[in-house]
Ligand binder design. Structure first.
Ligand code: ADP
Ligand code: FBP
Ligand code: MG
Length: 538
């Protein structure tokens, strides 16, 4: 078994699973890995400064057990008082058999294992703790929403406000207006259970949102000046990067301010978590557009219904909407390169399908085929205010190319209807299942902040809500793995060509990224950690 040490060298013993909870304040500013002196076996090879540079809290236990832990106030503020969790006096929760999450509970990232598999990466289980680090009257929380819209934003806001109020008796919650820049350029909005009561029935975010405008110093100054001590940040990969630097600055200033991220991405491009809120709603809402495309295409000779869906780098919405519909003949996503002309190309497939069936439906994620368009028109690489690549409308461009192709030499007379429902999908309120999911995310975030955790994102890992360190959320994007069984299911449901050679498949398998929504069969997360450890050692 291996140990976690604080910089004051106070040893926190590791029970059972080889982990420790940080609910007891430990003096010192950091935790790091150290060789297990008991067994004489070397664990990891980090010097203190290497671990400090990496800034990650990792605990290694028996059998290849790894806990990628989240920071806690006690890591950098010594001797903080704790209080009994008010939930234990809450009549609604009196029916719960076990009020509090066991301090040793962690959630396995990899659940498909073999006889000799290492136990692999784990995350701290989310939920209420026996002791909290805030008295109800002392909490001054704020909530901010950043990045693009996503169904469910208002539900998360509502449930943070109500969770704080009903479970922990917190009365002071502020809304930050218009994303990160609202911290320093706008007035705040007081939020109460009454004022947020109905907001989950509306799309968008009552707080407004924005891209760009992340100024760490100004944001943390504003947090400090207003006396805010819990910051709930709802947003996608860009937002979580912003939240991570806010947390670092807060820690640098030694402030007792919890920073909790709630991952928002309609594209489902955030790694580690099972899925993101709003994704389910988006897939459901996309059915209306696909149905319309089907009706239109069926009604005319050689009809083609072409639907563009969101998905800048990840084609999950397109893939799941296609699988759900069964009316789609071709699904194009950014992860699966395709080509238009020649044998095995898109034009050939369209012609074949129209001859066979008289009509067809194509679904395309907005990020698909960007390289075809750039090659063709030498497009400039423009960015939005957050630094995200601004995409060309490939759907419109391909639609025109299809029309031109069939017009040339009077090949075939086709009727193509182009449908772009992207913003209509994004603006709807979340569906019932996303509403429940948003509630759990919000409550997990509230429990974590009250328990003194900070610098974390919440999310379900294999169905269990967990606290995940920021770096795991922001270091890579979740993508559809086209050598996985789910993409094969899609290909078999549409009958479209894979546009891949055997060589491509072999190469892709060799560098397959980890993904959620799909099976984890190869322990890539552990490999990733090992790679990090090795590179830190070299
Ligand atoms: N690397 C980064 N560091 C700090 N802030 C960032 C970073 N990337 C994005 N942000 C900020 O996060 C917010 C949202 O980012 P954006 O990419 O637009 O949306 P999303 O969070 O949905 O991906 C913006 O205010 C942006 O300035
Ligand atoms: O037009 P906007 O507001 O920049 O949003 C478009 C982008 O928003 C998204 O839906 C989600 O992006 P974010 O998660 O970065 O907000 C992308 O798929 C899409 O390209
Ligand atoms: Mg993003």
């Amino acid at each position: 078994m291996h140990s976690v040490y604080s910089s004051s060298s106070a040893i926190v013993s590791l029970k059972g699973t080889g982990i420790s909870d940080f609910s007891n304040p430990v003096s010192g500013s950091r935790t790091w890995l150290k060789s297990s002196s008991g067994s004489g076996q070397k664990v990891g090879c980090f010097s203190r400064s290497q671990m400090e540079n990496m800034g990650n809290k990792v605990v290694v236990g028996a059998g290849g057990y790894v806990l990628e832990d989240v920071p806690h106030f006690s890591d950098y503020i010594p001797h903080l008082p704790t209080y009994p969790n008010p939930l234990q006096d809450n009549p609604a929760y009196s029916v719960v058999k076990q009020y509090f999450v066991n301090v040793d509970d962690t959630v396995a990232q990899k659940i498909v294992v073999h006889n000799n598999s290492p136990r692999g990466t784990h995350f701290r289980r989310a939920g209420p703790r026996q002791r909290v680090y805030f008295e109800s009257d002392d909490v001054h929380a704020c909530i901010v929403t950043c990045g693009g819209l996503c169904p469910g934003l208002n539900t998360v806001i509502r449930e943070i406000v109500c969770g704080l109020h009903h479970m922990y008796g917190v009365k002071r919650v502020l809304g930050i207006d218009g994303g990160y820049r609202g911290f320093y350029s706008r007035n705040t909005i007081p939020l109460t259970p009454k004022s947020v009561n109905d907001i989950h029935k509306r799309g968008g975010t009552i707080l407004g949102t924005s891209r760009g405008g992340h100024n760490t110093t100004k944001i943390v100054d504003s947090i400090q000046d207003r006396g805010i001590n819990q910051v709930y940040i709802i947003g996608g990969d860009g937002t979580q990067k912003g939240a991570s630097v806010i947390y670092e600055e807060i820690k640098r200033r030694g402030l007792k301010v919890a920073v909790a991220g709630i991952p928002k991405t309609i594209d489902n491009d955030i790694p580690v978590i099972d899925r993101s809120f709003g994704f389910d709603t988006a897939v459901e809402e996309a059915q209306r557009a696909i149905n319309a495309a089907h009706v239109e295409s069926e009604s005319i000779e050689n009809g083609i219904g072409f639907v563009k869906l969101m998905g800048r780098y990840s084609g999950f919405i397109a893939m799941y909407a296609t699988l759900a519909s069964r009316d789609v003949d071709c699904c194009l996503i950014p992860e699966s390169p395709f080509y238009l002309e020649g044998p095995g190309g898109l034009f050939e497939y369209i012609e074949k399908r129209l001859i066979e069936n008289g009509h067809m439906v194509i679904v395309m994620a907005e990020g698909a085929g960007q390289e075809l368009l750039s090659e063709s028109i030498h497009s400039m690489t423009k960015q939005d205010a957050s630094g995200n690549k601004l995409l060309q409308d490939v759907g419109l461009w391909i639609s025109q190319k299809i029309k031109d192709h069939f017009k040339e030499g009077n090949k075939m007379s086709i009727n193509l209807k182009y449908i772009d429902p992207t913003y209509m999908i994004r603006a709807v309120p979340s569906n019932a299942s996303d509403n429940v999911y948003c509630t759990l995310l919000a409550q997990s975030a509230v429990h974590g902040a009250m328990a003194g955790y900070t610098g974390f994102t919440v999310g379900p890992v294999n169905g269990r809500h967990s606290y995940i360190p920021f770096h795991r959320i922001i270091e890579q994007q979740n993508k559809v793995v086209i050598t996985d069984r789910m993409w094969a299911r899609l290909l078999s449901s549409t009958n479209q060509p894979s546009f891949l050679s055997t060589k491509d498949v072999i190469e892709d398998k060799a560098e397959e990224p980890p993904t959620q929504l799909l099976d984890h069969e190869n322990g890539l997360e552990v490999n990733l950690l090992n790679k990090k450890i090795n590179s830190a050692c070299n």
